[in-house]
Design a protein. Structure first.
Length: 361
């Protein structure tokens, strides 16, 4: 038998299941399984990608100064306290790598994002899952789940796949109640979809034990380029920069992200379209007997009577060229997560669910 074995924890990782993109034999498919922007990237970001082509023989910036300055300007944050990564997934990885190892615990919620568990295991740490209250983050449960081994506590706010969020006073209560060796991570992948919400930046600014992660993959429509960032106390950003590869982001990705965040008009347009069609879709599904919690993000968690009904509806939607996400892996077997698409997509989903409810299969 081979003596070549991976580090403890690695073989406990189940491979991440991405949203499907194709259905065999079905044309005109609409992908609503990965919370992508249905309107695509800003035309200015696409132009920046084209313009970058003549420079791809050059190594990219290693300090990401221009992108950090653009983020700082757009968000009113100190660029010195920002770190950029290959998606916010990489920031999550850095956090686990830098702060959690064998014997340490990483706390996340029942319906929390899969990468928290994966990154904790990859670092050799022990993931600890705590319950939610009716699909909402439960601060008391999180605090009760902490021990003197807890090094990281992850919440997404708004959360994926539930779409729910908790208010600033609850987040502050969580931060203030943590044991002294624990760092709170506020995953703000969907923060931009909430009007006027800073993603928790002011809570980060006022404390030394909170970090926020953000992404260009959702509202900004750059999931394919892999750009995310983190904002935190200076000493923590310094630690994360030590484990970051010097050329983690390509010049193309950096240029596109900078153009995207500066195109505030396009961002506003996307935010407004999402809010409009999210309400429309949630109401249309509710009228068909498929309720959902009020979503603060760019998807709806549609709840069915049973796992069997959710799976049958998913199969029917697929046959109609509509790919949504099963979330049994998130302890939500009765539900389907449906990304808010454009008008055509939302109307197609509502019509297909109506046909399903009327007995089509
Ligand atoms: C999509 C998502 C991310 C972001 O992933 P990227 O690596 O930035 O593409 C992070 N957290 C949650 C909860 C998400 O849904």
């Amino acid at each position: 038998m081979t003596k070549i074995t991976p580090q403890p924890g690695i073989m406990d990782i189940s491979l991440y299941q991405g949203g499907a993109a194709h259905v065999d034999g079905v044309e005109n498919v609409i992908k609503l399984s990965s919370n992508e922007n249905p309107l695509g990237p800003s035309p200015k970001a696409a132009e920046a990608v084209r313009n970058s082509a003549s420079e791809i023989h050059r190594y990219p910036s290693t300090d990401h100064a221009k992108l950090r300055a653009a983020i700082g300007e757009a968000m009113g944050l100190d660029p010195e306290r920002i770190i950029c990564g290959v998606g916010s997934d990489e920031i999550i990885t850095f956090l686990c790598q830098a702060y959690a190892g064998p014997g340490d615990e990483v706390v996340h919620t029942e319906h929390g994002f899969a990468m928290y568990r994966i990154s904790a295991l990859a670092a050799g740490a022990t993931p600890v899952e705590v319950g939610e209250r009716d699909r909402v983050t439960d601060v008391d449960a999180l605090l009760a789940g902490c021990t003197d081994r807890t090094k990281l506590v992850f919440i997404a706010n708004p959360n994926n796949p539930t779409g729910t969020m908790i208010g600033a006073s609850e987040v502050a209560r969580l931060a203030d109640g943590l044991p002294p060796q624990a760092l709170l991570v506020l995953d703000g992948a969907y923060a931009e979809f909430v009007d006027g919400f800073d993603g928790g930046a002011s809570i980060v600014s006022a404390r030394d034990n909170v970090v926020m992660t953000r992404t260009f993959s959702k509202l900004y429509g750059l999931g394919g380029l892999r750009v995310g960032w983190g904002y935190g106390p200076r000493d923590i950003i310094d630690v994360l920069n030590r484990v970051r590869g010097p050329f983690n982001l390509s010049g193309t990705a950096l240029a596109a992200a900078e153009a995207a965040i500066r195109d505030t008009e396009y961002v506003e347009h996307c935010r407004a379209q999402n809010a409009r069609w999210r309400t429309w879709l949630a109401e249309a599904l509710a009228e068909l007997g498929v309720p959902s919690d009020t979503s603060c993000a760019n998807f709806i968690l549609a709840r069915f009577a049973s796992r069997a009904e959710a799976e049958a509806c998913d199969d029917y939607l697929k046959s109609q060229g509509l790919i949504v996400r099963r979330v049994a892996g998130y302890n939500l077997p009765n539900a389907l997560r449906i990304t808010v698409g454009n008008e055509i997509a939302c109307r197609r989903v509502a019509a297909a669910v109506a046909a399903f409810k009327n007995g089509a299969s």
